[in-house]
Design a protein around this ligand. Sequence first.
Ligand code: AHM
Ligand code: MG
Length: 334
Amino acid sequence: MQKNIMTLERHFLEQQRKYPQARGAFTKLLTEIAFASKVISREVNRAGLGDILGNAGVLNVQGEEVQKLDILAHKMLINIMDHLGLLCGMASEESENYIKIPDEFPVGNYVLNMDPLDGSSNIDVNVSIGTIFSIHRKVSNHPRVALKDFLQPGRVQVAAGYVLYGSSTMLVYTSGQGVYGFTLDPALGEFLLSHESIKIPKKSRFYSINEAYSYRWHTWTRKYIDYLKSPVKQAGLGLSLRYIGSLVADFHRNLLMGGIFVYPEDTKTPKGKLRLLYEAAPLAFIAEQAGGKASDGMQDILDIQPKQLHQRTPLIIGSSAEVKTALRFRNDFK
Ligand code: AHM
Ligand code: MG
C-alpha cells in the first residue's frame, strides 16, 4: 500500500491534535517561515542567472537592482513575517538592532531570531547554504517588544530549525517533540516529510573543523584533533574530515551521518565566531532533540544566558559521545 504523503500542513495538523500546546498561531508561524524559505530557495536556485541578468544591466520584475542574496533573504523574511500579528519582533544577523513590528501592524506573542542566509563564503559559488531560525515566547511586559524578549536562553525556545539549500531544499525543525525533516518537491512547491524522528547516529563518521586555523588553536583543540587522527582512534572509527564552511550544511551532514562540528575559541576569536542566538542555540535545540549534545566548552549551549543580540560563542556540537570526549580534552588541556 502507498505511504501517506505527509505535507508540512498535514504534519502540523497532526501535531496540533497530539500536542494541544502547538496552537494555531504557532503552526501559522512555522508555515509562514516555510513559505519564506520557499521564496528564498527559488532565489538561491536562480542566483547564477541573477548575475547574468545583472551583468546585462537588467532589473528584476519590481524594477529593482539584483540584490545580494543574504540581504534579499533578510528582507524577504521580514516582509513575510512582520504583518501577521504573530511576532512582536525579529533579530537577524543582517541587522545591528532588533527589528520592531511596524506600528500599523498588531504584535503577537512570539519572537523570531534568524540567520537569513548562513554560509556567506559559499553564497556566490553554488555551494550549500541555509536559513536558521529560532522562536521564543515574548516575556517582557512591554506593549510592543523589548531587548529582554530576545535575550533568552536556548533552553526555552519553543521551536527551532533550519532550511538547507543543497542538492535539494530541506526544512528540519523541532518544537521539542523530536526532529522532523521535510524535502521540498519543486514541482509541487510543497515540503514533504522525508525524515521522521531524526536521531543522530551514536557512531561518528565525520569531524568538521577549519584545520587551516590550527596555528591559532589552544592546546586542547590541537590535542583533540590529533587524537581523532591517531591510528588508535582511526582503527576503531575511521573518522573522515568534512568541512563545507556553511554551518547548516556541516551540521546537517553530521546529524544524519554521525559526527562532530567544532568551531572553538582560539587566539584570534577568543569567543569563537558563531552567534549564539541564531546559529548555535537553534542547532543545539535540534542536536539535543536528536539525542546529541552541544556545548561552548563549559556549559550546554542551551543554558547560556545571552547578554547581547549578536553574542558569539564557541561551538562543539554533534554526537553525544564525541562531544563528551571533546569536552574531556578541553578540561584536561586548558
Ligand atoms: P556567516 O554568518 O558570515 O556566513 O558566518 C558563519 C559561517 C558558518 O556557516 C560556518 O560554519 C563558518 O562561518 C565558517 O567560518 P570559517 O570560514 O572561519 O571556517
Ligand atoms: Mg551566519
